[in-house]
Write a protein that binds this ligand. Structure first.
Ligand SMILES: Nc1nc2c(ncn2[C@@H]2O[C@H](COP(=O)(O)OP(=O)(O)O)[C@@H](O)[C@H]2O)c(=O)[nH]1
Ligand SMILES: [Mg+2]
Length: 321
């Protein structure tokens, strides 16, 4: 700590497959600023191959438990996996029961699987989280499957749809999750809906409810019909169905040429976000802007200027178009 990391040395070790260097580069990315940008510039050309699957849904639905089950199977298949949790309550970040923590630890002790949790609000420019950037790093590190866990609450979490090729929404029978999911917009973004904890009695009914709701969705001919899968991470049932559904979505994306299209969408939203973040940051730090606001506030307080007149004056100074 304290010392500036030697980025070039880290990148060199990273290129050799050194896990410690990869972990340190994630921290560099999380800290943001010029160094993060330098790392991202350098690794960008090596990205584009990894398949990114996002897992979202309310806290406690069983996302981490399912990821644990899936990861073990993917691992047996020889996939090179990275698991990234952007979930403040995730066992990855130590927020859950001891049992969970030990379980995830056993996963991360397998050096072939890279497990990392991210602060939900870290970031480049301090505005958005840096999931995409960390996914890139893992992609460049040679991982071919990146699993991202995020909490499905709040508008910003819907962003997972802009970051992942496949979105898995994990719900549980209790507490009318279906309706909650609809309200939260999760129905729109899910490619696969998992009704987990089907060891509880009313899971089937809850799954039917989800299917009914999905019927209202306008799916164009040849479009992807979201799958609904019943699982129990605890009793290890339905995991194969979930794997199959993920496999089918992957195949669908490939067959329709959507894989590349999705990548373009992901990149487009990132470029846009990077530009917006940078501009906002610049505006926030700009003395010209601060001076103008300070100078005009008295007139605003006195009712002589409206907020919009101040903005228009600003637009005359800051020329973008
Ligand atoms: N009964 C039952 N409990 C489960 C199941 N899956 C997860 N849990 C439990 O639900 C709690 C929350 O699981 P977790 O995976 O941390 O949920 P997350 O917040 O969505 O990541 C934990 O205590 C798990 O042991 C399941 O299929 N059945
Ligand atoms: Mg979790």
């Amino acid at each position: 700590m304290g010392n500036k990391p030697d980025i070039d040395a880290l990148l060199e070790r990273f290129a050799e497959g050194n896990v410690t260097a990869a972990a340190r580069l994630i921290s560099v990315i999380e800290n943001g600023g010029e160094e993060a940008e330098r790392v991202l510039d350098r690794i960008f050309a090596q990205t584009s191959n990894a398949y990114r699957v996002g897992f979202t849904g309310p806290p406690g639905a069983g996302k981490s438990s399912l990821l644990y089950r899936l990861t073990r199977i993917f691992r047996e298949e020889g996939r090179r996996i990275a698991v990234i949790a952007v979930d403040p309550t995730s066992p990855f970040s130590g927020g859950a029961l001891l049992g969970d923590r030990i379980r995830m630890q056993s996963l991360s002790e397998d050096t072939e699987i890279f497990v990392r949790s991210l602060a939900s609000r870290g970031s480049l420019g301090g505005i958005s989280n840096c999931t995409d950037e960390v996914c890139d790093l893992m992609d460049a590190f040679g991982k071919d499957l990146i699993l991202v866990e995020t909490v499905g609450v709040g508008q910003s979490e819907l962003e997972i749809a802009e970051k992942a090729h496949t979105v898995v929404v994990v719900l549980v029978p209790e507490s009318g999750d279906g309706i909650q999911a609809m309200k939260a917009g999760l129905m729109e973004i899910g490619d696969i809906f998992v009704m987990n904890k089907c060891d509880h009695s009313d899971a089937e009914l809850a799954a039917l409810e989800i299917e009914d709701t999905l019927k209202l969705k306008n799916i164009p001919a040849g479009g992807w019909k979201p799958r609904v899968v019943l699982t129990s991470a605890r009793e290890e049932t339905g995991i194969d169905d979930l794997l199959r559904a993920i496999g089918e979505h992957h195949t669908y994306l490939q067959d329709k040429g959507l894989f590349r299209k999705k990548r373009k969408q992901i990149l487009f939203s990132r470029v846009r976000r990077a530009v917006m973040d940078k501009l906002e940051q610049k505006l926030r730090n700009s003395e010209t802007v601060r001076d103008l606001i300070d100078r005009r506030m008295k007139e605003v307080y006195d009712g002589k200027l409206s907020p919009y007149q101040v903005v228009r004056e600003l637009e005359r100074i800051v020329k973008i178009d």
